[in-house]
Design a protein around this ligand. Structure first.
Ligand code: ADP
Length: 398
């Protein structure tokens, strides 16, 4: 059987992250990042078969960057590229799964822009550029929100006037769906359970972070809401605060909405709790080891809030088949895993410290003490999941 290749694209307003995913190959033959697009410093960096390369692409926009990428992709795919998978942040209530991109899909993504004013326009830019550079290939949109469209109303509705939901789509959507879906399938495989008969708590802990309750392969609740600001403490995002904070800061300090938005999204979280030291967990762990009070506090609050969120998510589970850790922090930080689990004794969760210390740098495995519910470290792979979704929408190989 010939193997199929998919180019996976994740566009920001001035960047394109890309990976060539081969159906039957675990690593990516080609992956990289084009950044500072639209500026004189625009640059394309890539890794091909473990060799690093870079090329200045001064002044390139998204389309020019993809055009520069085209020959590299064709070479790495050996002339056999079957489709393009795009990560799209917000699919609103319109998208419950990945979809082939046509005029209707583009219009629906555009119509969802008010819910993701920074992300969706950048994703559209990438889709339109890819359609121009790869006109003959099918393109698929894979949404961060789609997995959570199975949330029941009691989990997705805010206690707000109904018209805000009905006319303006104000509800909880959730994000990181591609990652929660991928790792929950992998966890079921690792545990020897059928995804369709399994029940998980999941913590995706990267720069953004969220928890999820996954029952029989479907998301039942998640910590992010209308936007990716709700829920856990993150690198620079506050997570949950008193909803009166906006009014309080406007009234007492005269802050504008823009200033409050920027503060909550870019100047809060681990960065703020550590007294401005860092938004990066690895740096905070090092500083904590040296007795830094801010780093110590940031880690305490992060783990306590994470444990609290996981305990809340357990309300959506009929039973607990296990807790999954993923994302850069979840996959690498034995400290964060052990401190979080230490607050979850009432769920019966107990960590095996030796196994916990061994699961770092891409090593998956079980880290629970014998006789207690499973705790699994499962490296996420959103690019592979996007490629799988893309292939599932193409004609099967003959
Ligand atoms: P993104 O959400 O941008 O994809 P990642 O999933 O790569 O982010 O996660 C980034 C986070 O993972 C950072 O806070 C980083 O410090 C943390 N991280 C990576 N390696 C380690 C490690 N060995 N110990 C603790 N934290 C780590």
């Amino acid at each position: 059987m010939s193997t199929r290749n998919v180019l996976v694209i994740n566009c920001g307003s001035s960047s394109i992250k890309f990976a060539l995913v081969g159906e039957s190959r675990a690593d990516f033959p080609l992956h990289g990042l084009a950044e500072r697009l639209g500026s004189a410093d625009a640059i394309l960096r890539w890794q091909h078969d473990n060799q690093r390369h870079e090329q200045a692409i001064a002044g390139s926009d998204h389309r020019a960057a993809l055009a520069a990428l085209l020959p590299l992709v064709e070479q790495a795919a050996d002339g056999s590229l079957h489709g393009i998978g795009h990560r799209v942040v917000h699919g609103g209530e319109h998208f419950t799964a990945a979809g082939l991109i046509g005029a209707d899909t583009l219009a629906a993504i555009r119509a969802t822009t008010p819910l993701a004013p920074l992300h969706n326009p950048a994703n559209l830019l990438g889709i339109e550029a890819a359609m121009a550079v790869f006109p003959e290939l099918p393109q698929v949109a894979v949404f961060d929100t789609a997995f959570h469209q199975t949330l029941p109303a009691h989990a997705y509705r805010y206690a707000l006037p109904e018209a805000l939901y009905r006319d303006h789509g104000v509800r909880r959507y959730g994000f990181h769906g591609t990652s929660h879906r991928y790792v929950s399938h992998r966890a079921a495989d690792m545990a020897g359970l059928a995804t369709g008969d399994s029940s998980w708590l999941c913590a995706h802990l990267g720069n953004g972070a969220s928890t999820c309750a996954i029952v029989n392969g479907q998301s039942q609740d998640t910590s992010m809401g209308l936007t990716p600001l709700e829920g856990l403490v993150m690198g620079t995002r506050s997570g949950d605060v008193d909803p009166n904070l906006h009014g309080h800061l406007a009234r007492t300090l005269g802050w504008s909405l823009d200033k409050i938005d920027a503060m909550l999204n870019k100047e809060s979280g681990l960065l703020a709790l550590s007294g401005g030291l860092s938004n990066d967990m690895r740096s905070l762990e090092q500083a904590r080891d040296q007795g830094h009070a801010g780093a110590t506090l940031a880690i305490e609050v992060f783990c306590y809030r994470l444990a609290k969120s996981l305990a809340a998510m357990s309300c959506a589970l009929p039973r607990l088949d296990g807790l999954i850790f993923t994302g850069g922090i979840g996959e690498n930080s034995a400290l964060i895993r052990s401190k979080t689990v230490a607050s979850l004794g009432l769920l019966g969760l107990v960590i095996d410290h030796e196994a916990n210390a061994a699961c770092v740098r891409g090593q998956s495995g079980a880290i629970h003490a014998a006789g207690h519910p499973r705790i699994l470290v499962v490296p996420t792979n959103e690019e592979r999941q996007i490629a799988l979704d893309t292939l599932a929408l193409l004609d099967p190989v003959l």
